[in-house]
Design a binder for this molecule. Structure first.
Ligand code: SF4
Ligand code: SF4
Length: 280
């Protein structure tokens, strides 16, 4: 290891402080060897294949505010999604830039990697998985709904990754699984994309999910996010509470009008700023 790459724990703490000042809620570090060790993806998706100089992947996450997500599909959640993307990319850009000023090669892999939802309908995969990187960086475990489930926010977290040649002390992986396989995500998914019963991580029809998103895009109410809205995991539930019954009854209440008063705030929000109209 060269001197420039011998990084102390104080260097890591400095990066964590900087990332938090810039807006990140959670930060984790993983060496590239974990892709080889666990082989959760094929080799062309490994960071060391994308950029052979990579030694460490730094994963940043920012939270999705539950009360805004609960209004989905809506322009309010759509705007929140755009905001999280902007904050993530800016934070990752600045941190990679900071690493550069210290003599380390670094860049960030953007949080999303597609030009339009029609691309995902044809090929529903990104060139790099921040979810897998987040798992290796000790930020969470992969849930039934294919998202990174974190202790802090459950799956209500957006992720971005920085690839660097700096060798930084890795974080421990989380032991066990954070997903309790309650299947709330499966029960509430409006497109019915999850099919498995036996496995922890579900079989998922990603094309069907992308097609559902294409409709939401047309309605200016992209993305969906129901499977992360209803997940009971996350310390953010201590602040906002768990509305499992309300989530489970939502579809029927909207269809029949029975108990619809409980959803007045969400309906009001949905009826403005997008083509999603619940009732006139
Ligand atoms: S809703 Fe339940 S099954 Fe789905 S990811 Fe969360 S804990 Fe797992
Ligand atoms: S994003 Fe929506 S359609 Fe896609 S899996 Fe999650 S709940 Fe289902």
């Amino acid at each position: 290891m060269s001197d420039v790459n011998k990084k102390s724990n104080s260097f890591k703490q400095e990066l964590i402080s900087k990332a938090k000042e810039m807006g990140a809620n959670i930060i984790g570090f993983t060496p590239v060897e974990r892709w080889e060790q666990f082989k959760d993806t094929s080799q062309e998706y490994f960071p060391q294949n994308i950029w052979p100089e990579t030694r460490t992947v730094i994963v940043l996450g920012i939270q999705i505010f539950l009360p805004m997500l609960e209004t989905t599909p809506s322009i309010v959640y759509s705007e929140l999604y755009n905001t999280t993307n902007r904050v993530l990319d800016e934070t990752a850009y600045k941190l990679a830039n900071y690493l550069n000023t210290l003599g380390h090669r670094a860049f960030f892999f953007p949080r999303d990697g597609y030009g339009d939802i029609s691309i995902l309908v044809k090929k529903p995969a990104a060139a790099f998985s921040h979810v897998i990187a987040g798992k290796y960086a000790g930020l969470g475990t992969i849930g039934y709904n294919h998202t990174l489930i974190t202790k802090e926010f459950g799956p209500r977290v957006r992720l971005v990754s920085i690839l660097t040649d700096a060798e930084i002390e890795p974080d421990e992986l989380i032991e066990g699984e954070l997903c309790i396989k309650c299947e709330m995500c499966k029960k509430c998914c409006p497109a019915g994309v999850y099919t498995t019963k036996e496995t922890l991580i579900a079989d998922m029809d990603k094309v069907k999910c992308a097609e559902y998103h294409a409709n939401l895009k047309e309605a200016y109410a992209f993305p969906c996010g129901v499977c992360i809205k209803v997940c009971p995991i996350g310390q953010d539930r201590k602040i906002y509470g768990n509305n499992a019954k309300k989530y489970l009854n939502e579809r029927e209440a909207l269809a029949t009008g029975v108990g619809i008063e409980e959803y007045a705030g969400w309906i009001h929000t949905r009826n403005h700023g997008s083509k999603v109209i619940i009732k006139d």
